[in-house]
Design a protein around this ligand. Structure first.
Ligand SMILES: CC(=O)N[C@H]1[C@@H](OP(=O)(O)OP(=O)(O)OC[C@H]2O[C@@H](n3ccc(=O)[nH]c3=O)[C@H](O)[C@@H]2O)O[C@H](CO)[C@@H](O)[C@@H]1O
Ligand SMILES: C=C(OP(=O)(O)O)C(=O)O
Length: 420
């Protein structure tokens, strides 16, 4: 298993490019299953999760061609199998996103039940209830969700009792081909849901209320492929900004957009960062100062994203003062604090809140990555710790950060990958 070796050092500084969004690319690749003609998806990040989604499409018989600029052409003319097998789904929960499109287009889908993972139980009950409300027959058999529809799905009025990103995406992709009108209430408003909706509209879908919590979809009989470039990765952007803040540095991130990061930028300003932005860049400068610890609480967009919580916890660990970090989305997503404490952090857990009292310096230690964003927090901690930190099980980080060690090296970090 590969490991990252990080020697803590000075402030990060320099310029890097932000990649396309993982969490936007995954549903958009699934949406390609809805198109009657080939679809081209551009600005894809080079990540394990994208490779997994392409492998999933291929294993169903979908034609996938990748050009040298990582634009993928998806042609589902030759689809032979409506099954998303356990071997692929177990490595990436977002595989569940093929359920809605397959059922809507082909009237049949067999998707392995994704199950729980390190950050929580992550049920898919809302996805399934929404599809049932559209007339699908669903049974769980042998660990698989087996969904069938006689003819087209039917439009419905469906209230999601929890705000769910994946649930909204799955039901939206099913509704665009359903017969009649679907109203999805209490829908997720995350920028990645908006990106998917805009892509579906470009394919010929009829969706109103994009970016609000009520999506109204008038189903159409067919969709065509189009060329669509996925949005920049707001979590990758936020992660590098937090890494720079924790290290008292100054960075400029290109090919990204501050408009999708409002709650994160506000917290960074509260921590003492100077933020400046242009049409396609965001910069942060700590002017050499130590960050101040911030309080935060995760919640659905536009509030503070759960996917940025672990990185801020690492920053608070070396900040001035005490910050309370409350996780409200996933029940086990403060898992990284035990590893941070092994590096000399002072973090106490009170229910779903981590009380983080900043220390002047962390101390290097061998640590274990447990999930994607927890891994990012350990890398940030390693960069501001005294000595050499080894982060093990970094396959988690390769799910979501393109060329992380190269990008951090460009910002002056002392980080290298050792194959294991
Ligand atoms: C690939 C992708 O885009 N992943 C993101 C997506 O995950 P994902 O789409 O899996 O997360 P959800 O928004 O669905 O989960 C939000 C909450 O709803 C609950 N829930 C969800 C579905 C359901 O049927 N029943 C139910 O109870 C979950 O357990 C969780 O407590 O949104 C999360 C919340 O912003 C992010 O952390 C993930 O990075
Ligand atoms: C939790 C995440 O991803 P996934 O939903 O794919 O596990 C994430 O991107 O932080």
């Amino acid at each position: 298993m590969d490991k990252l070796i990080i020697t803590g050092g000075g402030p990060l500084s320099g310029e890097i490019r932000i990649s396309g969004s993982k969490n936007s690319a995954l549903p958009i690749l699934a949406a390609a299953l809805l198109a009657e003609t080939p679809m081209q998806v551009g600005n894809l990040p080079h990540l394990h999760d994208i490779t997994t989604m392409l492998a999933l499409l291929r294993c169903m018989g979908v034609g996938v061609t990748i050009d040298e600029r990582l634009c993928v052409e998806v042609d589902n003319d030759s689809i032979t199998d409506y099954t998303a097998p356990y071997e692929l789904v177990k490595t990436m929960r977002a595989s569940i996103l093929v359920l809605g499109p397959m059922l809507a287009r082909y009237g049949e889908a067999n998707v392995s039940f994704p199950g729980g993972c390190a950050i929580g139980s992550r049920p898919v009950d809302i996805h399934l209830r929404g599809l049932e409300a559209m007339g699908a027959d669903i049974e769980v058999d042998g660990g698989y969700i087996r969904a069938r529809s006689k003819g087209r799905l039917k439009g419905t009025h469906f209230f999601m009792d929890t705000v769910t990103v994946g649930g909204t995406e799955n039901l939206l992709m099913a509704a665009v081909l359903a017969e009649g009108k679907t109203v999805l209430e209490n829908a997720a408003r995350e920028p990645e849901v908006v990106d998917l909706a805009n892509c579906l509209v470009a394919m010929g879908a009829n969706i109103e209320g994009i970016g609000t919590d009520t999506l109204t979809i008038e189903g159409v009989p067919g969709l065509t492929g189009c060329r669509f470039d996925v949005m920049p990765d707001r979590i990758e952007t936020g992660t590098y900004l937090v890494a720079a803040a924790a290290s008292r540095g100054s960075v400029k991130l290109k090919d990204t957009n501050e408009k999708i990061l409002e709650s994160v930028l506000l917290k960074l300003e509260e921590a003492g960062a100077h933020i400046s932005c242009g049409s396609d860049w965001v910069a942060l400068d700590m002017k050499g100062n130590r960050p101040k610890a911030v309080n935060l609480k995760t919640a659905p967009y536009p509030a503070f994203p759960t996917d940025m919580q672990a990185q801020f916890t690492a920053m608070n660990a070396v900040s001035e003062g005490t910050g309370a970090v409350t996780e409200t989305i996933f029940e086990n997503r403060l898992i990284q604090i035990h590893e941070l404490n092994r590096m000399g952090a002072s973090i106490k857990l009170e229910g779903n809140t981590a009380i983080v009292t900043g220390v002047e310096k962390l101390k290097a230690a061998p640590v274990m990555a447990t999930d994607l964003r927890a891994s990012a927090s350990l890398v940030i901690a390693g960069m501001v710790a005294e000595g050499e930190t080894m982060v093990d099980r970094i396959y988690h980080i390769d799910r979501g950060y393109e060329c992380i060690e190269e990008k951090l090296q460009m910002l002056g970090a002392n980080i290298r990958r050792v194959p294991g």
